[in-house]
Design a protein around this ligand. Sequence first.
Ligand code: PHB
Length: 391
Amino acid sequence: MKLILRMNTALCAFLGVLLALPVAAAEPVKIGLVLPMSGPFAGYGKQIEEGVRLYLKQHGDAYAGRKVVLIVKDDTGVAPEVSKRDAQELVVQDKVDILAGFGLTPSAFAVAPIATEAKKPMVVMNAATSSVTTKSDYILRTSMTLPQVTAPIASWAAKNGIHKVVTVVADYGPGHDAEEQFKKTFVAAGGQIVAEIRTPVKNPDFAPYLQKVKDTKPDAVFLFLPAGEQPVAFMKGFAERDLAKSGIKLIATGDLTAETALDAIGAPALGVITSFHYAEAHNSPENKTFVDAWYKAYGPDRPDFMAVAGYDGMHLIAETLKKTGGSTDGDRFVEAAKGMKWVSPRGPISIDPATRDIVQTIYIRRVEKVGEKLQNVEFDQVPDFKDPGKP
Ligand code: PHB
């Protein structure tokens, strides 16, 4: 009897090992992507998801022996309650290991407490208000922050004969960050802000704001609008009202001239100067490989900064999995991701271990016609630039 019992125990232990080992090794890493896949910001979801998938296509879809599985949930844009519900479902029903995506700031803000509570790594691939990374210790960001991409254009303006500026920003987190940083850097360099205008995030009509700019007669307008439809509409109005003809320059963060919008903006984009972290025309071997692979997979659609943030977000996840031996334990994963460094299609980047935010080169660019296409052509840069919006 005793012998049988002992044999049974041994058998159970043996079976247990047999069952546990291969199952654990084959357990996929589930990544839940919360993204706007419909509505006015659907382009963000498309670019980010395609960026993530392109990385997997080029580098393989298994890391530290674990296959990566993507589960995409549409949060429809600026709808924090939908983002929150999506993330809850991903954690509770789909049992994802990692949350990622986040096209807009309200979405990232809404999901941060869920990442904290569930102790899940949360990789932000666009939402760019500086404070996003302070909302949970589990957040890592591979996109940018608005103060980071704004300060360089403010310095450039002050050095290039622009004295009086009207700021025009979307009235929410990233717009407020852009307005504050532009003012801080530009005024410190001797410039003057003559008016500050905030436009609604949802369905803005730019006509009255453009008229106010025209009446104020500044040397330049500094603009931040969320990439996509709004920049196209603003640029059309800017051209129709002859603001450029009346001598008002337009400077902006590169959200305005994202490659996905350039063709729709057309000629009025020519000559516009922006500062940003990614241009399709960025001249490097890493970007050439990325852009070639992109067109092969998705052409004729153009890649923009969101595609690269998705691609780099997937790189960060893949390399961190290798470091943790496949563990997605929130604390271990985030610790391992801190300080990660690599050469992105945009140039050299790293994850600041103190803030979990991205450090990167910001380029000053001018829209020019290159061959048949309008491109952001880089002509100056600020290397290794940390988010100046952090205390
Ligand atoms: C944001 O909501 O954080 C956001 C959206 C679009 C951009 C930049 C920032 O182009």
